[in-house]
Design a protein around this ligand. Structure first.
Ligand code: EPS
Length: 389
């Protein structure tokens, strides 16, 4: 069975909804841990006023009983507190009122989905595009990924992340273990391990905000405890690094993805890129380095998965950019809207969760079963195969 999910819901509608299909039965869900992940996504220096309105929690409304999955589809709901201010504007029933009262949008914002979506779906109210294209949707994607994380946790697979860069400020390299990294970045307003960098990033975000601008950055996710052989070399759509890349690019505002040293691999000779193969009784086969970020041939090689993604600056600016009004076809400069100056720390949390989902999906494809116990049996059998190899 393939693990899959769909989401529905608008940023100022009543709720976001996800339905997950293909989860095994008997998986214990820790609701507190799930909501902890949602709270992590809401934090971060540089976010706007909306995050003071929302206190995201996930309500599970199907597929779970007395704390355990039943094997049925799992339905997850994250309510939008802001909905109370938008009841009329976002009502599913027809409402009376002027365009102004309905907050009709006819001025597409550069960098957003507004104009493309309006043209494609023949919508004269661009609100019908922006409401769905909003990054608010990542709240429920984190809820889905948090369930995947808990599933992977059963098999000793752990996921963490960090911010590598915000605009001009780069985080220096470090030698922290994943556990240490998770603990330390959690204390950071910008999800970096180094306090001096944190301060510089905060000051930089302040400066950008004061200029009416916005800023993006680079985030990284690390997955440890992954067995050899998730994904496959035999078919393009089974290559797990390719599927992770697609998932990362699907996060709102992401413009690029790298695995391991990524783009640097095109700048140095092969002898400095490939990870030499070693063997010991204790560890079996392992690598002297992890420059390829845990992948060869579209399959995991047993080293940690390392994925980076780049987020563009949020396009809602206080500094006006030129666009064209779809009613008058006249140029205008964008009006001021509530916005985040920087959402890179939040994007780091989203990255962890979309990667968790892809790894969980590949894990289930390989060790698939209908109950968690059946998967555990299959997994143990495979580990014995690896040991005997
Ligand atoms: C977003 C715009 C802002 C952000 C929102 C994403 O919302 P609003 O238009 O209500 O001010 O706050 O992010 C979230 C609500 C969230 O939960 O992350 C956008 O246009 O993508």
């Amino acid at each position: 069975m393939t693990l899959r999910y769909l989401t529905a819901g608008e940023t100022h509608g009543p709720q976001l909804t996800a339905i997950i299909e293909g989860l095994p039965s008997n998986l214990h869900l820790d609701f507190e841990a799930l909501n902890y992940e949602l709270a992590r996504r809401q934090k971060g220096y540089g976010r706007g006023r909306r995050m003071q309105i929302e206190k995201d929690t996930a309500a599970i409304v199907g597929g779970v009983r007395h704390g355990y999955t039943t094997g049925a589809p799992v339905a997850v709901v994250v309510e939008n507190n802001d909905w109370t201010h938008w009841r009329n504007i976002m009502n599913v029933e027809p409402v009376e009122g002027t365009d102004e009262e309905k907050r009709r949008v006819h001025r597409p914002r550069p960098g957003h989905a507004d104009l493309n979506g309006g043209l494609k779906y023949d919508l004269k109210d661009l609100r019908n595009v922006l409401e769905r294209s909003s990054a608010r949707e990542t709240a429920v994607r984190v809820a889905v990924g948090a369930i995947a994380k808990q599933f992977l946790g059963r098999f000793g697979i752990k996921i963490g992340g960090q911010v590598k860069r915000i605009g001009e400020i780069e985080a220096p390299p470090h030698q922290l273990s994943l556990d240490e990294l998770i603990e330390i970045t959690e204390q950071s307003s910008v999800r970096v391990a180094d306090k001096a960098t944190e301060k510089k990033m905060e000051e930089y975000i302040d400066k950008i905000k004061a200029e009416g601008d916005s800023i993006g950055g680079i985030v990284e996710c690390i997955v440890e405890g992954v067995p050899v052989g998730l994904g496959s070399h035999v078919q393009y759509d089974r290559k797990l690094d390719g599927r992770i890349a697609q998932a990362v690019m699907s996060i709102n505002a992401f413009k690029g993805v790298e695995i391991g040293i990524g783009f640097e691999a095109g700048t140095i000779p092969g002898s400095q890129v490939h990870d030499e193969i070693l063997y010991s009784e204790e560890r079996g086969y392992y690598r002297a380095s992890n420059r390829l970020g845990g992948f060869e041939g579209g399959m995991t090689n047993g080293m940690p998965i390392v994925v980076r993604g780049v987020m563009k600056p949020i396009p809602t600016l206080y500094k006006p950019l030129q666009s064209i009004d779809i009613d008058t076809k006249e140029p205008f400069t964008a009006q001021v809207e509530r916005s985040d100056a920087c959402a890179v720390p939040a994007a780091s949390v989203v990255l962890e969760h979309v990667v968790a989902w892809e790894v969980a999906k590949a894990f289930l494809e390989k060790f698939g079963g209908d109950s968690i116990e059946e998967i555990e049996r299959n997994y143990k059998g495979y580990l014995a195969q690896l040991e005997a190899y």
